[in-house]
Design a protein around this ligand. Sequence first.
Ligand code: MN
Length: 700
Amino acid sequence: MRLFSRFKKRLSYLKPKQIEQIRQAFLFAEQKHHDQKRSSGESYITHPIAVAIILADMHMDPDSISAALLHDVIEDTPIEKTEIKKKFGKTVAELVDGVTKLTKMQFSTLAEAQAESFRKMVMAMSHDIRVILIKLADRLHNMRTMESLPIYKQHRIAKETLDIYAPIANRIGIHDLYIDLESLSFAVLYPRRHAVIQNAVQKARGNRKEIINTITKEIKKRFSKSALKKVEIFGREKHIYSIYKKMLRKHLSLSEIMDVYGFRIIVKNFDDCYRALGVIHSIYKPVPGRFKDYIAIPKLNGYQSLHTTLIGPQGLPIEIQIRTDKMEQIASKGIAAHWLYKTGEKFSEAHIRAQQWINDLLEMQQKTGSSLEFIENVKTDLFPEEIYVFTPKGGIMELPRGSTAIDFAYAVHTAIGNTCVAAKIDRQFAPLSTILTSGQTVAITTSPGSRPNPAWLHFVRTGKARSGIRHFLKNQQQAELITLGEQLLLNSFAELSVSFNKITKNAINKVLTEFKIEDLNGLFKEIGLGNRSPLFVAHQLINATKAKLVTKERKEPLLIQGTEGIAVNLAHCCHPIPGDTIISLMVKGRGLMVHREQCEKISRLRKQPEKFILARWADDIKEKFVAILKIDMSSRLGSFAALTKAIADCEANIDNITIIERTGAHYVTKVVINVRNKTQVEKVLNKLNSLSIVTKAIRV
Ligand code: MN
């Protein structure tokens, strides 16, 4: 009974009749738990009381407080739900039952195995949102009193708290609980990091105090001169875990974070928030782009406040939050503030939003066929930094926000990433660079001959994709350069009517030493890169061999495989494709550049034919190439549809369509298509020229 009299003081906000109901619940729980002890050795009843106190301090309703006192009796004693219902009514019984169901679930992570339990969890809390509040208070007290548990258990509970319960507390807007749960879990999971940061925060406190006082005085002075009366100002300190997260996320040092000063200003009403902002901005200069109006547009969990960052004395950044007392209560207590501010039957905004979230979850779980899909949707909600997409077989991939189809391909397997050529997102073809969103099903098409494109590096998001592409290109580049260099050198030998086979090993070694190159492949690479002239190298090798070497060698053209890479470049001025007569030349440091024979850009080089390298297309090219068409056409209803259909009928892909000129009902358009070879382009052109809407279609 002594226990209860201390507890009773926290219930002063309730009516005597309500307190009596709570006393009955206390007596019942104390009696049922009387022979039980906590792992710390204390009598068990201290735990339900502590949970009830957490809720009482949030000014929760008497049913919630009673249920908190009774929350472990179904789980730990032979008592059943019906008995609680008879004694304390339906609501209390449902709440206790809901909490019991949650307690039975264990989540080590939000992985696939727990999908089903998580679904049940949402079901349990959907009935009455107070269930999750009681559960969160229960978890908070357990986190506070877990020293006597074995370390592995502490870790499991802390991880579950960090992964599941803290995000839920945040999502339903109970900021105070959320921060406590996070900090306690962080201290258990990363004791050393926690200690280091805590130490630094304590050390900095002295210096900070002085600065905070100066700024507070300055602000107060200004407010006293303004029409705003009732203004409260607090210096804020960052929480240890949020400092740690900031260090990780923004790659800031501890001191950089500690150098930011936070203040909160509480005013009387809504209008005063904006007036206070005006006063603040007249004292210190605001940092552009940092003002946020969460009053007009509240956060998802109902949070409301004005945020601004200022440049304070000595250039120190000052972060200011301005809100009303009620907004402050909602920010720290979330849906729990509803009971505090209960006015008639109207629910608070935060409560409505939290209930809406739960309702959405319920609806989602009814709509989605698999529990996996459901949990991924929930995760998207709780952890907005990640997205969840599906493989065609229903597997789940977790990717960071901003990931593309290519990131997905690499996440499945590096080999898939390296050979991916197309993506289908929700059964529709989409560019590989498409940014994915949660819930999409992604299928990747691969082609054995294809390879990563260096341009992918501009848009991939994950480290796995980035390193996969880089690694492949590096290996590929080496191999390609070696092959190209070798071919170029052999060509030069042919030009000089000498067989490379006649060159002695000694001669090769002599030349390599002279050039300070390690081996023959290194020499080929240098030639492939255009850093050494193959003709010059051939001369050196012939001279070093010191024998009469001239024979009759036939000059072979260089084979162009079609894959554009580092050593072979298809010129972007004329876009050569298989079937075109081509001309190639070496560009220093870049390798071989392939042009169409009629390309204007190389016409001025025609006087120096020795620069050209004889080349022809390989026979079995499977790549797709860019061809640019210019189409004069009349614009009628459906012209563009007819145009695209004609191109699609020839199995060519359209990359882009732009209108370059437009005179009345006449258009000149530029169409970029992907084709296999010249024959296919000709087929497309024939088809287009046969359309009545097309005046003339040509390849540029
Ligand atoms: Mn408990």
